[in-house]
Design a binder for this molecule. Structure first.
Ligand code: 5GP
Ligand code: ZN
Length: 115
C-alpha cells in the first residue's frame, strides 16, 4: 500500500534520503546499501508497484525516469565508462520494495550475467 511504501515516504520527505535529482515526476537518491561506488535508485514519484501495474498513461513517466538516469549519469561523469540500469520485478528477481525503481550502478566494472 502507498501509505506503507518507503519510497513514497522518501518522495514526501517523511524519511530522509540523499537526493541527487528531483523534478515533478522523478526522483533519484542514493541506495542505502551501495553495491558499487555509484549506486542510485531512480523512481517515478507516482506509486506503481511493479511493471505489471503499468498502464498507457504511465508511458511518459517511465521515459522520464530513463532520461533522468542518463542525465544524472552524465553529471556524475559516467558518460565515458558507462553504467548499468536495472530493475527487479517480483520474487525471482529479488524485488523488495514494491514501488518501481531502477538501480543505477557505476564507478567500477560490473559482472554479467548477474547472479
Ligand atoms: P530491490 O531489491 O527492491 O530492487 O531493491 C531495493 C533497494 O532499496 C535495495 O538496494 C535497498 O538497499 C534500497 N533501500 C531499501 N530501503 C531504503 C531506504 O529507506 N532508503 C534508501 N535510500 N534505500 C533503501
Ligand atoms: Zn510508493
Amino acid at each position: 500500500m502507498m501509505q506503507d511504501c518507503v519510497f513514497c515516504k522518501i518522495v514526501k520527505k517523511e524519511i530522509p534520503a540523499e537526493i541527487i535529482y528531483e523534478d515533478e515526476y522523478v526522483m533519484a537518491f542514493k541506495d542505502i546499501h551501495p553495491a558499487a561506488p555509484v549506486h542510485l535508485l531512480l523512481i517515478p514519484k507516482k506509486h506503481i508497484p511493479t511493471f505489471f501495474d503499468l498502464t498507457d498513461e504511465d508511458i511518459s513517466i517511465i521515459g522520464r525516469v530513463q532520461l533522468a538516469a542518463a542525465r544524472v549519469a552524465q553529471k556524475l561523469n559516467l558518460e565515458d565508462k558507462g553504467f548499468r540500469l536495472v530493475s527487479n520485478c517480483k520474487g525471482d528477481a529479488g524485488q523488495l520494495i514494491f514501488h518501481i525503481h531502477y538501480h543505477l550502478l557505476g564507478g567500477r566494472t560490473l559482472q554479467w550475467p548477474p547472479g
